[in-house]
Design a binder for this molecule. Structure first.
Ligand SMILES: Nc1ncnc2c1ncn2[C@@H]1O[C@H](COP(=O)(O)OP(=O)(O)O)[C@@H](O)[C@H]1O
Ligand SMILES: [Mg+2]
Length: 255
């Protein structure tokens, strides 16, 4: 079971996707790395069937993407304001559930459950446009997580979040699986697939240890990682980073 984009070609003024192919399997955590402007956001829009591709194919579970498949693919935009159009956070999160025909009772319980998981219950009756940037990111994520799409695409979900929210967001996304674009290497040890977008094409990094060793990943490595890699070697360093990432993502029971 997978959502796939095959041989996608797309240009704004210049070509951004030049034969890009990528698949997201159900339940897996895949990350997409690439320098700023390389086309990561564009690739996510393409995979969500939001772009008029010049050439390319999108398939969902082996069949060509159909209009009714839209509810199976959730996309969380990089800029949360691109997603908002309601005047309360509650209505923002409830919107898709109402469109899917859930009863008022079900809507309320699902909205409250996802808000509680993300720690944003206190924001439910506020105006989403008037929140801090980090809070907006959490609301935008909640509004998609709430309808449990089979395939989740998330554009830079952990940028500009405080440490507590950062761990929560990583946990919720990692435990259900998604394709995540990111500059934060913390995601790396959790991912089962690592993709790099370069020159309009997607390359899978099969050997992460080797990529760490020859510093060929297009994301900056924090000094703490550099030190670990230098002193212990990339394999052991990756184990330690994996352990750290797991700790970072352990949800506390009351959350
Ligand atoms: N709406 C647009 N109109 C014209 N050019 C765009 C538009 N959106 C993105 N681009 C350009 O396409 C390229 C890829 O952008 P984007 O997909 O946002 O990259 P990334 O997410 O990797 O930073 C960039 O050069 C960007 O300037
Ligand atoms: Mg982007």
């Amino acid at each position: 079971m997978a959502l796939c984009l095959e041989d996608a070609w797309f240009k704004y003024d210049e070509y951004v996707l030049k034969g890009a192919s990528i698949c997201l399997s159900e339940g897996e955590l895949a990350i997409l790395l690439g320098p700023m402007g390389s086309g990561k956001s564009t690739l996510l829009y393409a995979l969500a069937n939001l772009l008029p591709l010049e050439k390319g194919r999108i398939t969902l579970d082996g069949e060509p993407f159909r209009e009714e498949d839209r509810k199976k693919v959730g996309i969380v935009f990089q800029d949360p304001e691109d997603q908002f159009f309601n005047v309360t956070v509650f209505d923002e999160i409830a919107y898709s559930l109402r469109a899917l025909g859930f009863s008022d009772h079900e809507v309320e319980s699902k909205v409250k459950a996802v808000a509680s998981k993300l720690g944003i219950e206190n924001l439910l009756y506020k105006n989403p446009f008037k929140l801090s940037y980090g809070q907006k990111k959490l609301v935008a994520l909640a509004s998609v997580l709430v309808y449990e799409p089979k395939y989740l695409l998330v554009d830079e979900p952990t940028s500009n979040l405080d440490k507590v929210s950062y761990g929560k967001v990583m946990s919720l996304i990692a435990e259900r699986g998604a394709l995540v674009t990111t500059h934060e290497v913390d995601w790396l040890p959790l991912a089962s697939k690592v993709y790099v977008l370069e020159d309009g094409k997607v390359r899978e990094v099969k050997d992460v240890v080797k990529a760490l060793k020859d510093r060929s990943l297009p994301v900056p490595l924090p000094t703490s990682w550099e030190v670990l890699i230098e002193t212990l070697g990339p394999e052991r360093a990756l184990d330690i980073m994996r352990e750290k990432a797991r700790k970072l993502t352990v949800l506390k029971p009351q959350q």
